[in-house]
Ligand binder design. Structure first.
Ligand code: ARG
Length: 568
């Protein structure tokens, strides 16, 4: 906020265009040095002077016609530091937030643009893994962030519902299906069938041939194979839905890999026509050696298509049929090469958009108590169990803290699940995440429960103070002009920039870190100020600050996919 005013102020004296000027403005590390700073180092050439002299000269030049939001502009070293007029700014920011309500920070930057977000993309008959949780939550938050910036968002669950493993599963089911009860805990049962197949196939390799034949039958539309396959999908999805409900995530489209079965032929033809397809040891490939990448496999020598083939078809579908302007893939960092290959092949096909409008949004591995959750080797930790445990732990804490709470169960679910989501989102997306129970559920740490708790505290203050959101603008702000309030107000005012950054970087952690900062400053204020004491007029001012803080925290929670609670 107020960067634009600095641009206006300096424009007449500096030969840089507005965007350049805007981009240079910084926030001083020391608050005492000013509220915004303009570094003059880049101007040394133009002025043929040392930066500190330029700063002094600019300070002098603008001093006579300082815009009303500025108290003063002071040269310090190579910087021109601006001090905002507290009273004006506090009034401006609080009323801007009050007016915008939960649309504060929104913009129409993305108007007319469609974004397809590939997220969650769990695999049928396999456990909902922890990396799928990350993809689901990061994808969901990015979707919320993009929606708030005016983009038309399409959330797509690219289900792993195709591939040779389904041949194995069909064979396993035919042999041993009646020993497994698929009506209960279906995914666990399907996984057990799959593990059993692999074990038995070690002794009886001919099972592998049977599996290949079964998959071929499935591809050819064999009735029994298709029926089994559909059943596996149905019962797996029914379970995944439970997790999605708990996480409060919905999709606009479920378009699994199998959806592209009848669309891959056309992709192959196009590749062939454009001279990109080569035969290598019986397989069809696109050579990418010129780009320092291994070839992209399109069809194996046995005729089977691959994961990459389906991704090519899916990208073209999203672009051509769904009209997506931006294709976002929220998928673990281990698939980096895969996406570089797919995007490059699309580009070689003549799709310029693939070069700059396809984005792989990678993320690191999540550990629980320092351990990797892996579905290989039967060492399976089901996400649902983790979520359930989080809810239990939260319930225990609430029982201790506030045993009389009326809706304890709902609160425990919201806080427990929120702890996992927030822990996931607060770290830079690409970093690995370690989920430690005590830390993630600590109401005083940098956690989801801490933010939710702060939100509830703000709500309770407003209730106790009988605060009615003021349609009129505050005239007097003298009861909230201390240093702490000033830091808080400025931070609240910065929210639109935070949203801009989160959007550009596809990174919800920008919002998560920001909301922690807001909570921390607010709690410092809360601990040092008797908000509900004083003259009625002073209380109203303080509650106006509380109310706008609550609006911003609530907005961040909902962007991140956490629920806000009025009481905890
Ligand atoms: N199902 C895949 C997996 O679990 C993720 C799919 C990601 N999306 C994509 N379009 N390839 O690894």
């Amino acid at each position: 906020m107020y960067r634009q005013q600095i641009v206006e102020q300096l424009k007449p004296f500096v030969a840089l265009d507005e965007t350049q000027l805007y981009g240079l403005i910084e926030i001083p590390k020391e608050e005492a040095h000013g509220d915004l700073a303009f570094p003059c180092f880049q101007l040394a050439k133009q002025f043929r002077k040392a930066p500190n002299l330029i700063a002094a000269e600019l300070a002098e030049k603008i001093s006579g016609e300082l815009l009303p939001v500025f108290e003063k502009a002071v040269a310090v070293g190579g910087y021109l530091n601006f001090f905002l007029k507290r009273e004006t700014v506090v009034r401006d920011i609080l009323s801007a937030i009050a007016r915008a309500g939960d649309r504060f920070g929104d913009s129409n930057r993305g108007q007319g643009l469609k974004v397809a977000i590939d997220m969650s993309s769990v695999n049928i008959a396999k456990p909902f893994a922890i990396h799928h949780l990350r993809s689901t939550m990061i994808g969901n938050a990015i979707a919320n962030i993009y929606k708030s910036q005016g983009y038309h968002v399409m959330k797509i669950n690219h289900l792993g519902d195709w591939g040779t493993s389904f041949g194995k599963l069909i064979v396993a089911y035919r042999y041993w299906g009646d020993e497994y009860d698929l009506s209960d805990d279906a995914v666990r049962q399907l996984l057990a069938l799959y593990v059993r197949f692999n074990k038995e196939a070690e002794q009886r390799p001919e099972l592998e041939d049977e599996a290949r034949a079964a998959f071929k039958a499935l591809e050819d539309g064999d009735e029994e194979a298709v029926r089994l396959w559909k059943r596996f999908i149905e019962i797996s999805l029914a379970e995944f839905e439970k997790t999605y409900r708990l996480l409060n995530v919905e999709f606009d489209y479920y378009l699994g890999e199998s959806f592209y079965n009848d669309k891959m032929g056309a992709v192959e033809d196009e590749l062939r026509e454009k001279g990109l397809l080569q035969i290598s040891e019986g397989a069809e490939i696109v050579d990418l050696s010129a780009y320092d990448m291994p070839p992209c496999l399109i069809r194996k020598s046995d005729g089977a298509t691959l994961y990459a083939t389906r991704d090519l078809a899916a990208a073209l579908y999203r672009r051509r049929e769904m009209g997506a302007d931006l294709l976002v893939y929220v998928v673990g960092a281990e698939q980096k090469l895969h996406f570089r290959q797919v995007f490059k092949v699309l580009e070689l096909m003549g799709n310029q958009w693939a070069a700059d409008r396809c984005v792989h949004v990678p993320f690191g591995t999540m550990f629980v108590d320092g351990q990797r959750l892996s579905s290989r080797k039967g060492q399976v930790v089901f996400l649902e169990d983790v979520l359930r445990k989080a809810v239990e732990v939260a319930a225990g804490i609430i029982e201790e803290k506030n045993p009389d709470l009326p809706n304890k169960e709902e609160v425990a679910e919201t806080v427990g699940v929120g702890a996992i989501i927030f822990n996931d989102l607060k770290n830079n997306r690409v970093n690995d995440v370690n989920f430690v129970w005590d830390e993630a559920l600590n109401f005083d740490g940098e956690t989801g429960p801490y933010v939710q708790y702060t939100y509830a505290r703000l709500s309770s203050l407003l209730r106790k103070g009988g605060y009615e959101p003021q349609p009129v603008e505050l005239t007097d702000v003298s009861a909230i002009d201390g240093d702490l309030e000033w830091s808080l107000v400025k931070l609240l005012g910065r929210f639109p920039n935070v949203m801009e950054r989160a959007t550009e970087q596809f990174d919800p952690s920008v919002v998560a870190k920001y909301v922690i900062d807001v909570c921390q400053i607010f709690n410092r204020y809360y601990n040092t100020t008797r908000i509900l004491d004083g003259e009625p007029d002073q209380i109203v001012q303080k509650l106006a600050l509380v109310s706008t803080t609550r609006t911003v925290i609530g907005k961040c929670l909902s962007l991140l996919g956490l629920r806000a609670l009025e009481t905890i």
